[in-house]
Design a protein around this ligand. Structure first.
Ligand SMILES: [Zn+2]
Length: 106
């Protein structure tokens, strides 16, 4: 089976777009916006949770003041773990919906 040259063309066209998306996500994060490149975090100890405003900004809040920014931000420790800025608990990034489904079918 020979490779379809059209697919190679398509890949060549998509590559710069993918690079632009990554660059755009970095810009969004620099502006304090949520780039949708990971799951939202929630601390199991103190209840601090991340939320995204209508404008797309990443905030943290806790009940009963949901939607009101505390001004705190989870600090990344590794790719998948973060430190709660409120109580210091290590918070693992939750599994995405896709990863949950993979887990179920495995
Ligand atoms: Zn906490």
């Amino acid at each position: 089976m020979s490779r379809d040259p059209d697919i190679d063309d398509l890949v060549e066209q998509i590559r710069p777009l993918a690079q632009q998306i990554v660059a755009l996500q970095e810009q969004m994060k620099a502006l304090g916006m949520f780039a949708n490149d990971r799951e939202l975090l929630q601390c199991s100890r103190c209840g601090l949770m991340e939320d995204v405003t209508h404008e797309g900004f990443l905030i943290t809040c806790r009940e009963p003041d949901l939607g009101i920014d505390t001004g705190l931000r989870f600090e990344p420790i590794t790719e998948e773990s973060y430190r709660c800025p409120s109580c210091g608990q290590t918070v693992q990034e939750p599994l995405s919906e896709d990863e949950k489904q993979e887990g179920l079918s495995a």
